[in-house]
Design a protein around this ligand. Structure first.
Ligand SMILES: [Zn+2]
Length: 95
């Protein structure tokens, strides 16, 4: 019985919950790039938008931002430079 349950595909609600828990984890900053890749793929499989969660990690190398990155805000555009790959991500700040 248990095995059957494991093989069953997760529902959208279950996956949404899993994603939320993943990003809200106190130890999120210690997550590996592999784990982020996995959760991203999971979200994509159900077309679940990551929305603000996307701002918690580098979109190029998938490393979680730890707070030591260079951040610049200009004209309501926030630029964050990844400390791992040095690539910059930008997003518009909400009013
Ligand atoms: Zn990076």
């Amino acid at each position: 019985m248990k095995e059957k349950l494991l093989k069953k595909e997760m529902s959208r609600t279950q996956i949404e919950k899993k994603i939320k828990e993943f990003f809200n984890d106190e130890k999120f900053k210690e997550k590996s790039q592999k784990e982020i890749k996995k959760i991203k793929r999971l979200a994509m499989s159900k077309n679940i938008p990551l929305k603000d969660f996307k701002k918690l990690f580098c979109k190029y190398c998938l490393k979680p931002y730890s707070g030591i990155e260079k951040v610049r805000i200009k004209n309501k555009i926030k630029t964050i430079e990844c400390s791992n790959c040095n690539k910059k991500s930008r997003w518009r700040l909400k009013d």
